[in-house]
Ligand binder design. Structure first.
Ligand SMILES: [Zn+2]
Length: 259
């Protein structure tokens, strides 16, 4: 088994050997894209939103200087931070004004853990870990309002992004059923902050859901079962092959492109 380090944690090799929360999220969205990523046929484009999240993570990890060196694209030609990252600094400042938020950011940073879930190897990287006490993940979000997902309806912002499932995986890897929290900073002007407790019943329900899906996902990952296509994502658009004209009526269905 590959020994995970901060350097290889996000590598394709590590993703092929281990399952992770983000991989499960991708399998839930589009198994075909998940496999294309594992096979190196598709790379998720770097987005500013992701980079802003990493910038905020780097600050709280204490590695902002390294991050700035690794990402010269966050600066304007004059050497000032681009607007999105100036805003990220405001978000950080907002969180730093709050004593309780900062207390929840205190602990071991970026702890890598591996273990088995449903008999399969998993990896996780905890933003903030207080052994015997809690696991905290730092999140940036547009706002704290409910969001709509086709087929699922109105969801909390955290459910929309499958963050409770991520925390259920972390809790299982850690092994002591520690309380799990999200420390959230919004991108609103001015930014809002929240500490979200994911209830244990919710974590248990997410774990049950994962254990139910895992054998099917694993069969796909092993190449035994053909991956389903969502028909809507960037990979499905890139790899689409037309086989026959589609009836106009089929374009009205929610979530859309399934033939
Ligand atoms: Zn897709």
């Amino acid at each position: 088994m590959l020994k995970l380090t901060p350097e290889n944690y996000y590598s394709r090799e590590a993703d092929r050997e281990y399952w992770s929360a983000s991989q499960i999220k991708t399998f839930l969205e589009c198994p075909a894209r998940a496999m294309a990523e594992l096979n190196g046929d598709y790379t998720r484009p770097a987005s500013t939103a992701l980079l802003v999240g990493s910038f905020v993570d780097a600050f709280f990890e204490g590695s902002l200087t390294d991050f700035e060196e690794a990402h010269p694209e966050i600066f304007k030609r004059g050497g000032e931070l681009k607007a999105d990252f100036q805003k990220a600094l405001e978000m950080i400042d907002r969180a730093r004004q709050d004593e309780l938020f900062m207390a929840y950011m205190d602990g071991e940073k970026q702890t890598i853990m591996t273990g088995e879930i449903g008999g399969l190897p998993f990896k996780g990287k905890f933003d903030v870990y207080r052994p015997g006490e809690r696991i905290v993940d730092l999140k940036t979000a547009r706002d704290l309002q409910p969001m709509y997902k086709p087929g699922e309806g109105r969801l909390s912002f955290a459910d929309y992004w499958n963050w409770p499932l991520q925390m259920a995986i972390y809790q299982a890897l850690e092994g002591h059923r520690l309380p799990c929290y999200l420390a959230v900073i919004t991108k609103e002007d001015p930014p809002d902050i929240a500490l979200v407790e994911i209830e244990q019943e919710k974590l248990d329900a997410e774990m049950d859901y994962l254990l139910e899906k895992l054998p099917y996902f694993d069969a796909i990952k092993q190449g035994i079962v053909e991956p389903d296509r969502c028909e809507n994502c960037a990979w499905c658009r890139m790899s689409r092959k037309l086989t026959a004209p589609r009836p106009l009526e089929s374009f009205i269905e929610i979530g859309g492109n399934n033939e």
